[in-house]
Design a protein around this ligand. Structure first.
Ligand SMILES: Nc1ncnc2c1ncn2[C@@H]1O[C@H](COP(=O)(O)OP(=O)(O)O)[C@@H](O)[C@H]1O
Ligand SMILES: [Mg+2]
Length: 298
């Protein structure tokens, strides 16, 4: 499927993403549509588990582009993200050539693309048509110098390698950056991107996601799960927990409850599976006294 063929309108983006198993809301689909039309990177911020990383995977499926992923972490450096010289191969070449050529000749020879180890950002520039989906995941985990280094890349889809000059994308990658917002990103990075805050889904969309990912779940149980999780994320319950469960947790919980042959939610089964919803001891403890209210009907 060509990129142009599937993304003429926002509704096309919605149906194309749904066709590959990703259920977006209209606002997110609009941002995706604009990122494709304008050729701009899209920065997605939002709580963990709301579907940021998954969107990039879905976009790769939708457009037939190859997914190239750069997972960010504290201490990530250019040589892990962009390229490094293959010193071992350069050394072998140098030994072999030493008797025959001048040092200047050898130096020119070893700084050729052949001796370059391409990391994700450079791979994404060299991906032939239809190009890559480049996922720069959890950019808030990398440090600020790394963000500064991304500026040239995000602005022009090009990089400069001192020994080789400037390398520009043949087909610009469809670029998605994600952040869990553990810190504020550099303004200059934000300016080069379209921005979208990814919300938790509403009840209907979450129900559809759970049913799609856990097809053998009963109607009743899937409704109860979604209702329960939606309540956890809203007042007055939300303040009792350090972090609300994301869509990932809803889906995992649905799978767990189906595996336990659960017919309907009750305090006992919820307590037994609370570790799927919450990963903090205090949050698990806070759940128990709230169960009666959380399960109340009406
Ligand atoms: N809109 C969606 N449609 C379908 N599944 C989704 C959607 N959003 C999230 N998911 C599910 O939730 C899981 C977690 O999403 P993920 O992209 O890892 O979250 P994030 O990157 O925001 O932390 C995914 O593996 C997927 O199963
Ligand atoms: Mg993620």
């Amino acid at each position: 499927m060509s990129q142009q063929g599937v993304t003429q309108t926002v509704s096309d983006v919605i149906s194309s993403l749904e066709a590959v198993g990703y259920l977006p809301d209209r606002a997110l689909a609009t941002s995706v549509h604009l990122a494709i039309c304008l050729g701009r990177p899209l920065l997605l911020e939002g709580d963990p588990g709301v579907g940021k990383t998954e969107l990039a995977k879905a976009l790769a499926l939708m457009t037939g582009r190859h997914l190239i992923r750069l997972q960010c972490y504290d201490g990530l450096e250019q040589r892990d993200a962009l390229y490094e010289w293959n010193h071992a191969a350069q050394l072998i070449h140098l030994r072999a050539a030493q008797a025959l050529r001048t040092p200047e000749e050898i130096e020119r020879e070893v700084y050729q693309p052949h001796y370059l180890i391409k990391r994700p950002l450079l791979q994404a520039l060299h991906t032939p048509v239809p190009g890559a989906v480049l996922l720069i995941d959890e950019v808030d985990r990398a440090d600020e110098p790394f963000e500064a280094f991304l500026l040239e890349y995000l602005g022009e889809y090009q990089v400069t390698i001192p020994e080789l000059g400037t390398i520009k994308a043949e087909t610009p990658p469809l670029t998605i950056l994600t952040s869990n917002r553990t810190r504020d990103l550099n303004d200059a990075v934000k300016r080069r991107c379209l921005y979208h805050w990814v919300q938790y889904p509403d009840r209907d969309r979450e129900l559809a996601i759970v049913r799609q990912q856990v097809p053998n779940i009963s109607e009743k149980l899937s409704e109860q799960i979604t209702e329960f999780i939606q309540r956890l994320r809203h007042p007055p319950f939300q303040d009792a927990f350090s972090r609300a469960p994301g869509i990932a947790e809803s889906v995992e919980w649905a799978k767990a409850l189906v595996a336990l042959n659960t017919l309907s939610l009750d305090p006992e089964v919820i307590e037994g599976t609370a570790g799927v919803l919450f990963k903090q001891r205090d949050d698990v403890a806070a759940l128990t006294p709230l169960l009666t209210d959380l399960l109340a009907t009406g």
